[in-house]
Design a protein around this ligand. Sequence first.
Ligand code: ASP
Length: 299
Amino acid sequence: MGFSLMIHGGAGAIRDPQRYEASLRAIVKSGASLLAAGSSALDAVVHCVALLEDDPLYNAGRGSVLDAEGSVLCDASIMEGRTLKAGAVAAVRGVRNPVRLAFEIMENSSHVLLVGEGAERFARERRLAFESDDYFRTRERIDQLAKAKRKRETALDHSELDDTKFGTVGAVARDTNGDLAAATSTGGVVNQPVGRVGDSPIIGAGTFADNASCAVSCTGVGEDFIRTVLARTASFFVEFRGMQAEQAACEAIRYLVDKVDGQGGLILVDRQGRCGRAHSTPGMLTARFADGVASVETR
Ligand code: ASP
């Protein structure tokens, strides 16, 4: 049985897409080499999302956008399609790879979602890496927040207000055993009020995986995705309406727009290993490895 892998680096108005191509291609290839060597879909999505978190190009981990007080608070989640086990973390400070914390919560606690200080304590117990504020507060992010404050708005990372165009990240995979997994990680939206949490750590909204249907990771205005439970809605289209990956992705985004005029996009791998993507924003950064070939899409 073959494997499939898809990653994303956010959706929005992507004005210089070539800036992301090399990184997206390298990360999808790196994840694909793990899957080719027999790693699980779960390990592959953690690996890819952690690499995206370490790359300051994207709004997750190191490159996270700043909230209204100039802080970085991260959210992430992960789900395993074979068992429906899930782990998630919201509003954590200083954790280098929030996706690894979500994984630890899934594997080593009896809970799904931990937030704030409790989640940070758990990360220390699990000996995860922490970084100082300087690691996260890049010059570009400080300038981006100042601009958002002048305009008195909160914004998606890849929005018109943003000259630097970074974005929330995610990965979906099917491994050679036919198991599915999904993971998503974000710094939220620029200038968000302290304590605001979007869809990325909400299972069923920003992330979902079930071997009976597909694995999904979303990006966009989190409130829109929470209100439409969008990741689960996409998987519902596969499971109960018999749609293939590309059609389910498109129908889910149509649903998002029809119901709440939502902005964003999603990636999806179904149980046959077919990949799908769709977005209601002008562009979306994705890369896939399917049928032995890596490709990058920036529109
Ligand atoms: N969905 C994320 C949130 O609302 C933001 C994004 O995807 O860029 O927190």
